[in-house]
Design a protein around this ligand. Structure first.
Ligand SMILES: O=C(O)CCC(=O)C(=O)O
Length: 264
């Protein structure tokens, strides 16, 4: 399959209120599934179960992600839709990770990725444990990858994923004001330099003392913004044709022009 209809759930998250967040997430998934034509892939934002309630995160985190996995896998099975379940605060033993899960149309788990770069400005490093594996996976035959929020400041990670074959980079986020220009510029740069689609789903609203601006967007491999949300709760949809990746990579052969022996 080279064409995908992608829906981004840009939702408000209540810091610390997991019940409200689960209810909202389930309602939003149903809302997205009712779009005509139905999306192939739905993306949720970062830490949608707890928000940035970091001081209570051990108490709030989902043990092994079991609740989130059960609810999302059931949704995928019922609707025949792939879901990249943003990320959740996930309890693993004594620690908590910022982890996303991907389920295929039958509800089978196809990928899991834990945020590698913890964001010190919001104290993530004091409360969360980082992942230690890059987030590459295959989505309906398409080489894809995921990074979470702050990860997009690390071009070497995106490049590694692109060199591994990724054509579609999916980025759940909880990215706050006042750095909208960083958000937009970094996402576009990752798309242009790696000649791949970038799909970024942010949150909105006030939570945990921060204000999140939304602007979820889908960017094509030429750097064009196909869809960009505003600052309210919404679901935005874009149709992407993965064939464009090969076309752009053929037009400007960045990958074969690399001279890594000079800069690795
Ligand atoms: O890098 C930034 O400016 C924001 C990152 C962030 O909010 C996060 O990783 O949660």
């Amino acid at each position: 399959m080279s064409q995908l209809r992608i829906a981004l759930v840009q939702m408000n998250i209540e810091a610390g209120n997991t019940e409200a967040n689960f209810a909202k997430m389930e309602a939003k998934l149903e809302e997205a599934a009712a779009f005509k034509p139905k999306p192939d892939l739905i993306v949720l934002p970062e830490m949608w179960n707890t928000g940035y309630a970091l001081t209570e995160i051990r108490k709030l985190a989902d043990p092994d992600g079991e609740r989130a996995k059960r609810v999302v896998a059931d949704f995928c099975r019922r609707h025949g839709i792939v879901v990249l379940a943003g990320s959740i605060a996930q309890l693993r033993g004594d620690g908590v990770t910022n982890t996303l899960h991907v389920f295929d149309r039958t509800g089978e788990a196809i990928a899991e990725y834990s945020k590698i770069h913890l964001f010190q400005l919001m104290n993530e490093h004091l409360h969360l444990e980082s992942g230690d594996t890059a987030g590459a996976f295959e989505l309906e035959g398409i080489p894809a990858a995921a990074m979470i929020c702050y990860d997009i400041r690390f071009p070497e990670l995106a490049r590694k994923l692109a060199l591994g074959g990724a054509k579609l980079l999916i980025v759940p986020a909880e990215w706050p004001h006042p750095r909208l220009h960083h958000w937009r510029t970094l996402l576009q740069a990752r798309a242009i330099e790696n000649q791949m689609f970038v799909v970024a789903c942010n949150t909105v609203g006030e939570s945990g003392g921060a204000s999140f601006f939304g602007h979820s967007m889908v960017i094509d491999p030429w750097g064009e913004v196909l869809v960009e949300a505003g600052e309210e709760e919404t679901i935005v949809v874009a149709d992407v044709d993965l064939a464009l990746v090969d076309e752009v990579r053929g037009r400007i052969p960045v990958f074969s022009d690399r001279r890594p022996h000079l800069y690795n």
